[in-house]
Structure formats: structure tokens, C-alpha cells
Design a protein around this ligand. Sequence first.
Ligand SMILES: [Zn+2]
Length: 482
Amino acid sequence: MKTIRNIFIPFKQNELHLASIRFSDRIEDIEILLPEPVKWEEIASEEKRARFLRKIGNKVRPNGPKEFDGQFHLLIPGAIDPHVHFDTPGFEFREDFDHASLAALWGGVTTIIDMPCTSVPPVTSLTNMQIKLQALQNRAFCDYAFWGGVSGTDFSDPQSLRQNMEDLVHAGVVGFKAYLISGMEEFTDLQPEQMAQTARWTKELGVPLAVHAEDKELVTQRRRQFQKQGRNDWQAYCEARDILAEKAAVNFMHSIVKGTQSAVHIVHLSSSKGLNIVRKAQRNGLPMTAETCPHYLFFTQKDFERENIRNYLKTAPPVKFAEDREALWQGLADGSLAFVTTDHAGCDPQKEKTSTNFWQVYGGIPGVEHRVPFILSEGFLKGRLTLEQSINVLATNAAKFYRLSQKGALQRGKDADFALIDLWHPWTVKAKQMHSKGKYTPFEGVQWSARVLQTFLRGTLVTDAQTKFQTSVPLGKFIGRG
Ligand SMILES: [Zn+2]
């Protein structure tokens, strides 16, 4: 049995408890040490925290290798990033599980859900899923779940497609990912009728359908036109993939949810107009949900003018405008956005981020390491979200939505997955300190006040920023939808 002492754990809204936790690979017991919760304002600065600690006095000194000293930092449940592309097996010249799952731990993330489309073969059948599981043997440092995928080419044999989906659900995938527009030859997008059929099947199978929602007609039409005019600049890219393209696609998915009652989840939502459609669906009791990512919550298209980060900021869809950014924060605060994911997708920046032709720049940000400090710094510490809301969008909501029953909360019986967070000392993001394979980020030079100090995976300390310790044992295991 192990113990971590001298920690603050989140309670309601912006209240915390001074606590200590006993754990094995699971949480055995949480001891609350003061009768009243602590208000964040009481410890919000280094001086206030010191004053508070003097007041309570009796610090218990942990002793022995099984006792950890939290040094009166914040302990949160291990975060879950439910949308990443870790690229093993297949696209490992860009990213791989060894690097990315270790980066996850450094970022306080103990569970990820990997997308089906960026591994070869894609996770579209049980056989393919087994190949991926095999490839991940001894290569995963954090726990992982899988998305299944439905690609346009699968519709050449609808009967096997339906059977494959059923097999994958039994094998524990959390849901299915499909595209209304895809840039990948290996994983093609769905025609409208194929999307409707897929939604009927995911409804039968009782799992969510996650959709990349940008309108194919609008985007390709405009892209062709721009390219004909020799326009290869970032403005052309952003105009081709504008708010209208997202709005049209989210609207289309809204009509599918209405027609099928199938649970549809919009991935990486980027616009206020898109969010409003999701809100409308939710008001009408339709099972439509959405997520957004740190880049949509921080950058706007004005940032493409900054040459040093321009290519690093490219994603599909691209970031939008200030009003969209504010609306997305509002969506997190009012619960119409379910959670924040990173859409982690890395590459070798020397090879794929240097083109002056913006169409040819690889789109994707390796962000799994930055999401927890980002949300706690830009969300909680800047007053856009409460501490409780921040934990919900980082961990708890995804655990519930994808039925990862052992994850996402500091509760007796759950896995002992923790991240210890320093909220009192600002630090500066530097790409060269990242642990992902490709080391680049549009957040270069940004200052955050929250920093991940230690991460525990099922009771084992796996990273420690103060001692620079990182585990050499890939303890990560596959977890299925419960
Ligand atoms: Zn993605």
C-alpha cells in the first residue's frame, strides 16, 4: 500500500480539500483532513498558500519509499485525451506510440483513445485491430483505448462492414470515426447516404459515431479554384475550409441525428456557428455532442501572420476568429461542449512543415503533452472555467462518455491514475523540451502557470519533473469500453 500526503484535491466549483490518498493500483481510501473545504482564493498565490499552510501547521512528513509528498500541490485524476493520432503501426516516420505515450504521461495524461485512420492497417476489422494490439506490445507508456473506423471503401461490401463493426464493438472500441471529407487515400470519406447508414448501425450497436465535419463539396470546389489561380497561401486554405464549410457539415449531421436518433459526436469543432447547431440539437433532446481542442481556444487566423508558427498552426479545420474562440470557451463552461481533446498529430517538422505552399504543409499539432497545463492555465486560472469544470473537460466527462469505468475521477475503487499539478509557478512552453517524436508547437514561447509535476499510472510513479525521472517500463494496457 502507498500513500500520497499533503495534497489539495478538487471538490466543488473552485473549492478543494486538503487530503491524503492511500492506493495500490487502485484508490483504496481518500482521507479529507480539514472539516471545511478550502476556497481557491485562500491559496491562489504563493504568499496566500504559505499563509494558509502556516495556519494549519501540522505538516505530516512522508517517510519511506511508499510515501509520497505532494508538497501541497493540486492532485487531479489522470487526464484522458480521447482523440489522438499516435500512428503505430504505419506512419511512424511522423509519430509513434513510444514517444507519444510518454509525452502523454509528461502532460498528466494517463489514458488516450487512438484514432483508427492513422495506423496501417486502419482499425476497420477485428483482424486489423489485433495487428495494432500486437504492434503496441511493450510500446505503450500510458493506457489506451481504440476508435474503430468506417471508411468509404468499406462500403464495397456492406455486409462484411456491418459484421466488422459488430466484432469491433465486442472487442471494446469506444465508437466509430468517419469523415465527411478526408485527405487520406488509405481512409476515405463517406457519401451522405453512407454516413446515414453508418449512423443507423452505430445506433444499433449502442456506440457513438464521431465525425470530421467539413463540407466536402464546398472545400474541394474552392480549393480547386484557388489552386487554378495559383493561390497557395494560408488565406486560401482558410477560405476553402471556412465557417460555412463546418456549419454545412454540422447541419447535415444534425439532420442525420434527427432521422436516426443515433449518438453523433462532432470532433474538433472550431466555430461558434457549428456550436450553435449542436446546442440546438441538445435543446431538442437529440444525442449530439462535440469536442474542441486547445488551438481553437487560443489562436485565431491572425496568428497565421506570424511566420515562425504559421505552418505549425495548420490543422483541418483551421482555427477561426476571436468570437469563435470565446464561444467555444462558453460552450465548455455551459456544458454544450463535452470535453477538450488535442487531435494530437505530429510529424518531422523539417520534412513536412517547411513548404511555402500551404496546401502541402502537413496539418497537425502534437499537443498531448500540453492540454492539461493549457486548460488549467487558460481555463481555470484565468477564470473561464471553474476547477471542477476543468477536471470534467480533462478527464471525468470523457470517462463517462466512453464508459471507461475505472478512469476519470478521484474515487475509491478507481484506478490510481493521478497528475500532481503546480499552479503557482509560471513556465514557458519550449518545443525542444517536448517528448513527442516531432518537436514543434504553435504554443512556442507561451507562458502558463500550471505545470505537471508528477504522473502516476495505476499506482506507479511514471514521470517526475522535479527529478527528471521517467519510467523505462511501458506499463500501458488496452482498455475497452465498459
Ligand atoms: Zn483527428
